[in-house]
Design a protein around this ligand. Structure first.
Ligand code: CUA
Length: 337
């Protein structure tokens, strides 16, 4: 569609075409209704205008058939939009299980990216083509919004909680990355690039900071990892786990003051209130920063808060470390002895 080529960014992710399709469907539907209403109005105004021969209007009463028609048809149309929109929303919200994870932190005024092998970059995100990528997003200060138009994805990044986003890039190349939420003086400069690479180039970039082939095309801040061996989030989390003395209460085997953490991530945890929750990233983050919010059944509310003592990147690293301990739900009874 010419209209689309002129006004729209390229469709560079697996979900982009369907997002555009529902958008164009809505525009076409609104256009059709607008034209139909205005045309009918103009026609009626002329056709039934007052003339010397019809000074008194016809006395018209209701029509049940018509009323059912104009209620049922719009209802069917909006329910169709609801069903389509919801199914697309779920597709956009739920990352595939095999998605590669990347941490992103927004702060005034830059995007800090941390890959699982420890490579970091600023205002730049390198990803492989054809591979689902899940971003876990946090903010160090105010609300930002991570927006990649070519992928048709946008997520508010809100202080105090995690946002997630996923996409699968379909074409190699370089795409705009914006902050789409006014966040202060340099909001308009909180921009960057998403670089989609062949998987082999990506691997090479991940390990060395340079793609195998093409020269580092993009200007601005590229891979800022280097400077000695890059520490992975798991290694950073491991060090913090000891430095912050988490290890004195969370022992590898039952008997500590706090629960064993080995199989906690992703499992169901029973709280002192009897409520059961899933230990996802948001739960782990909350339990580190505000431990009293959800106390695990059978344990004293003894953990100090770490709010204000850890940056979002450090919290993400701790979570990565805890996940690396065993992962997956407990065989049984590991978390609640
Ligand atoms: Cu960050 Cu606008």
């Amino acid at each position: 569609m010419l209209f689309q080529v002129l006004l729209f960014p390229p469709q560079a992710s697996t979900n982009a075409a369907e997002v555009d399709l529902i958008y164009f469907f809505m525009i076409a539907l609104c256009g059709f209704v607008t034209v139909a209403v205005v045309a009918t109005m103009v026609y009626m105004a002329i056709r039934y205008r007052r003339t010397p021969t019809n000074l008194v209007g016809a006395d018209i009463h209701g029509s049940t058939a018509l009323e059912i028609f104009w209620s049922a048809v719009p209802f069917a149309i909006v329910m169709f939009i609801f069903a389509w929109g919801t199914s697309l929303y779920f597709k956009l919200s739920i990352p595939p299980a095999n998605a590669m994870e990347v941490f992103v932190t927004g702060k005034q005024w830059m995007w800090k990216v941390q890959h699982m092998n420890g490579r970091r970059e600023i205002n730049n995100l390198h990803v492989p083509v054809g591979q689902p990528v899940k971003l876990t997003l946090a903010s160090e200060d105010v609300i930002h919004s991570f927006f990649v138009p070519a992928f048709r994805v946008k997520a508010d990044v809100i202080p105090g909680r995690y946002s997630t986003m996923w996409f699968q890039a379909t074409t190699t190349g370089s795409y705009h990355l914006f902050c789409a939420e006014y966040c202060g003086t340099e909001h308009s400069r909180m921009i960057g690039e998403v670089t989609v690479m062949d998987p082999t180039d990506y691997q090479s970039w991940l390990e060395t900071g340079n793609p195998a082939a093409a020269p580092a095309a993009t200007g601005g801040g590229t891979a800022a990892a280097a400077g000695g061996e890059a520490q992975t989030p798991v290694q950073i989390g491991d060090a913090l786990f000891h430095e912050k003395a988490c290890v004195t209460c969370h022992l590898p085997q039952p008997g500590g003051v706090g629960p064993v953490l080995t199989h906690v991530p992703g499992s169901e945890v029973e709280l002192s209130t009897g409520e059961k929750v899933i230990a996802d990233d948001a739960y782990l983050r909350e339990s580190i920063l505000t431990p009293m919010a959800k106390v695990v059944k059978g344990y004293p509310p003894a953990m100090p808060t770490f709010a204000g003592q850890l940056s979002e990147e450090q919290v993400m690293s701790l979570i990565a470390y805890i996940k690396s301990l065993g992962g997956g739900p407990a065989p049984q009874a590991a978390a609640t002895h």
